[in-house]
Design a protein around this ligand. Structure first.
Ligand code: GLC
Ligand code: GLC
Length: 815
């Protein structure tokens, strides 16, 4: 238990015990089309599918106070005004608790004998959110109070909403019917959808004009209507529509009232748009409110949220993994984060505004690695969507918009690692499902609309692209950047208003990436294995030859003496080499050369990992991205040298790339180091939350490193490739249950002192219960594997051919 909260593992909840956490601690609601961001103070907003194009409630990023818009309830009791979530009024509460659970957040607070519970969730497959509210009188006397709800509507297109006031101040339109507030801005013109904010209880008033409810010179911390104790039944016409309900309550001692607010996004479909001029056809809205008017329906919907998660998570559980941090991450929180990164890529969080970055090509491919076991069909569709943003020459749109699935032209392409990640995600999908039909699934190229090439064609195009775009050392050209978005070797920007990501002429450039070479080695092995599985020996042999060729190049050109060089800049000078003054050792080339199988025969792989340990690793922080940090801006390197030392790509601890090193140690059978490194970045293992500041239950993109003045401070939580990769580390490489083309491979790598553990894995319709025993205190290697009583020689469990749906496996470590 820390100052701010604790894990309630059996309930799969993180419990926050005071509202003033060091940063807002976020949770996500929803996992289909309707989503909400919700912090411990009920801050956040909701959107449908796309946080830029269909934002339903308004949110001001980088606000001060931070996180000051949300799903607010106000209680007015005598003179006192308070929020159950503490913000925005910030009246001191007598008790506060926030439980972030799987797809829901429940806040319970008490003040002057009144207890309010606010449970927020999005029912499965619905385009709406529910706030179930209960108000209870815990005092010995009858109490009177007024409760207000409040949301501020967004005009759907979030960027326009916060920049174009000459228009937006004059477009707002609403209708009111009973307790239901219909937000119908732009509905008369091209929109066929509206938002709805209703209440299941009779109301005593409402407001739909923000100026009326809040007041022009007031703030959300002292809204006029709440101070006055009543709404004015305002009807917004232009300016800023909001939704506020007023409910007067008189509660006897012990009495409780429970009701709910419903916030919905309604697509009119092919219903007639209007009942009469200016009168919205409210059929769908009324149906929604009727359906949820009943508390039993609401409780059933909440139960469905929880059941859905339990069923998803049962695809991978290790109830007795000996390390509690790894256990709770693997069993619950890491999988929850994988769901969020899959759904939202890098688009919307406390740090991503939902406007700038949509779905990332490389990001979303990697996100699939940690998600595919949860909902393989959705992973399949995503892979095909991503592939369709590739161009026929092999380059890819770096990002695309979730609503349109079209590549973002303003960022474009030219990140030369992008094409290769598609092979990782595709192989992961086939390893999980055995479904090779995906390879023939039609997915055209973005520059050939209407064409129908296959996914396999995209994969071959990607391989060819890398092979054909190599520089003077025979290594792959980097383009605008590789995985390290900030290694901009062709940018040479002197102009502060330019984007490092897009500026610079990459045509004809010589700058090369060793990291892409390592990644190529990795995917070539994956692809050769896939071809062998498909029975296509010729293709496997061809890809193996490509592998051998790239491996030779890496060993001849990229070994720096004690580690792998990171890149060669546009002038052909090494980056990440002993000859560099700063940025001598980088993490990514060590990681990918090792994962790609370089340095195996000659001992270099081990040396590369040792260099990481020596120069980059700190047990309490993780591994910095490189060493030493750049102290000055380097024109020839770009954004990597733009950050102050110890932050972000300039030698911060960038959690994502740490996970590859963790896998590296497992390949060497060093289970003690693998777990120690795993814990070095594990949020659950962070002890001092005043230093760490970010959520203890999900990974953050970056932690300030030993090279900064604030080591250990994390930033940019939730939407990071660390989610997927750390799940891969823990589930596949430490606990060692690895999906392979022809079955589950068992190959754990654990600390020597671990005695035993169990993994329950649902895989291709079969539930495996895998018991791993370690009587000899080893880290790696299978001495024996017994499957349903039958000893087998290999460590891949054959798929049952007799229709069994439950299989018991006993594995003993030690060779
Ligand atoms: C961010 C980006 C990712 C990139 C990484 C390193 O996480 O989303 O695409 O690889 O930064 O620069
Ligand atoms: C990635 C990097 C970040 C960089 C950004 C550019 O997110 O982590 O440092 O500024 O890409 O889009």
């Amino acid at each position: 238990m820390s100052t701010y909260g604790y894990f309630d593992d059996p309930s799969r909840e993180f419990v926050i015990t005071r509202p003033d956490t060091p940063l807002p601690w976020l949770n996500y609601l929803g996992q289909d089309d309707f989503f909400g961001l919700c912090t411990q103070t009920a801050g956040g907003y909701s959107f449908w599918k796309d946080a830029r194009m269909r934002r339903i409630t308004r949110y001001r990023y980088n606000n001060n106070p931070m996180d000051n818009d949300g799903r607010f309830l106000y209680v007015k009791q005598g003179k006192s005004v308070w929020n159950p979530g503490w913000k925005p009024v910030r009246t001191k509460l007598d008790a506060f608790e926030c439980r972030h659970g799987l797809g829901y957040t429940r806040i319970t607070s008490r003040k002057d004998g009144i207890e309010v519970g606010q449970l927020m969730f999005i029912p499965p497959d619905e385009n709406l959110e529910v706030w179930k509210v209960s108000v209870r009188n815990r005092a010995r006397r009858t109490q009177r109070l007024t409760l207000f709800s409040f949301v501020e509507f967004c005009f759907y297109e979030a960027l326009n909403d916060m920049t174009n006031y000459q228009r937006t101040y004059s477009i707002g339109e609403v209708e009111i019917e009973g307790s239901a507030i219909y937000h119908k801005t732009e509905y008369r013109e091209r929109r066929n959808h509206y938002a709805l904010f209703g209440c299941t209880r009779r109301i005593d008033g409402y407001d739909t004009s923000r100026d009326a409810f809040v007041g022009v010179h007031h703030g959300l911390h002292d809204p006029q209507a709440v101070l006055a104790g009543k709404c004015s039944n305002s009807r917004a016409y232009g300016w800023n529509p909001c939704g506020a309900h007023q409910i007067n309550l008189t509660l006897k001692p012990g009495q409780e009232e429970t009701f709910a607010f419903i916030l919905a996004y309604v697509d009119q479909g092919d219903l007639p748009k209007f009942d009469a001029p200016f009168v919205l056809n409210k059929t769908r809205g009324r149906e929604i409110l009727a359906k949820y008017s009943d508390l039993a329906t609401i409780d059933a919907a909440f139960a469905a949220v929880r059941e859905r998660w339990e069923s998803l998570l049962s695809a991978y559980q290790s109830p007795d993994a000996p390390d509690q941090h790894l256990r709770r991450m693997v069993n619950t929180w890491n999988q929850v984060q994988c769901m969020a990164t899959f759904n939202l890529s890098r688009s919307t969080s406390g740090y991503e505004t939902g406007i700038g970055r949509g779905m990332g090509y490389r990001d979303s491919n990697q996100d699939i690695l940690g998600f595919v076991h949860l909902l393989p069909d959705r992973a399949r569709q995503r892979i095909l969507d991503i592939a369709s943003t590739q161009l026929s020459d092999g380059t890819c749109f770096h990002q695309y918009q979730p609503l349109t699935k079209k590549g973002n032209a303003d960022i474009g392409g030219g990140f030369n690692d992008d094409p290769l990640w598609l092979i990782l995600s595709t192989c992961a999908y086939i390893r999980e499902t055995g479904d090779t039909t995906i390879l023939e699934a039609p997915c055209g190229y973005a520059d050939k609309p209407g064409s129908t090439d296959s996914l396999l064609h995209h994969i071959e195009t990607s391989i060819t692209y890398t092979l054909n775009n190599r520089g003077p050392h025979g290594l792959p050209l980097i383009g605008h950047a590789d995985w390290n978005d900030c290694l901009n070797l062709n940018c040479f920007s002197k102009e502060p208003n330019e984007s490092f990501q897009t500026v610079g002429d990459i045509a004809g450039s010589k700058a090369e990436s060793v990291m892409i070479a390592g990644l190529f080695l990795y995917v070539a092995r994956d692809l050769a294995a896939l071809y062998r599985f498909l029975g296509s020996e010729t293709d496997a042999t061809r890809v193996n030859a490509n592998y051998a060729d790239m491996l030779k190049t890496v060993e001849e050109q990229a070994w720096d003496g004690a580690w792998y060089t990171r890149a060669f800049d546009a002038a052909g000078n090494p980056v990440g080499s002993k000859v560099c003054e700063e940025g001598k050792v980088y993490i990514e080339s060590q990681a990918w050369c090792v994962l790609g199988g370089a340095g195996q025969a000659n001992g270099r792989a081990k040396k590369a990992l040792q260099a990481v340990e020596k120069f980059l690793y700190r047990r309490d922080l993780g591994c910095a991205l490189q060493y030493p940090p750049y102290s000055t801006y380097r024109l020839e390197l770009g954004e990597v040298s733009s950050y102050p030392p110890g932050y972000k790509e300039n030698a911060g601890v960038f959690s994502h790339n740490n996970t590859w090193i963790h896998i590296g140690w497992t390949l060497f059978g060093d289970g003690d180091r693998a777990l120690e490194y795993y814990l070095s970045i594990c949020p659950s293992a962070k002890k001092d939350h005043d230093v760490y500041r970010s959520e203890p239950y999900v990974y953050a993109q970056m932690t300030a490193s030993q090279f900064s003045p604030t080591p250990g401070e994390a930033k940019n939580s939730w939407l990071t490739g660390t989610g997927a990769w750390s799940f891969v580390v823990a589930s596949q490489f430490i606990l060692g249950v690895q999906p392979d083309f022809s079955g589950l491979r068992i190959d754990p790598c654990v600390p020597k002192k671990w005695k035993s553990f169990t993994v329950q894995r649902r895989y291709r319709g079969v539930t495996y219960t895998i018991e791993v025993k370690n009587p000899r205190g080893r880290s790696k290697g299978i001495k024996s594997l017994v499957v349903d009583g039958v000893k087998i020689d290999d460590n891949v469990i054959p798929l049952p051919t007799d229709g069994r749906t439950a299989v018991r496996v006993e594995a003993v470590l030690g060779r």
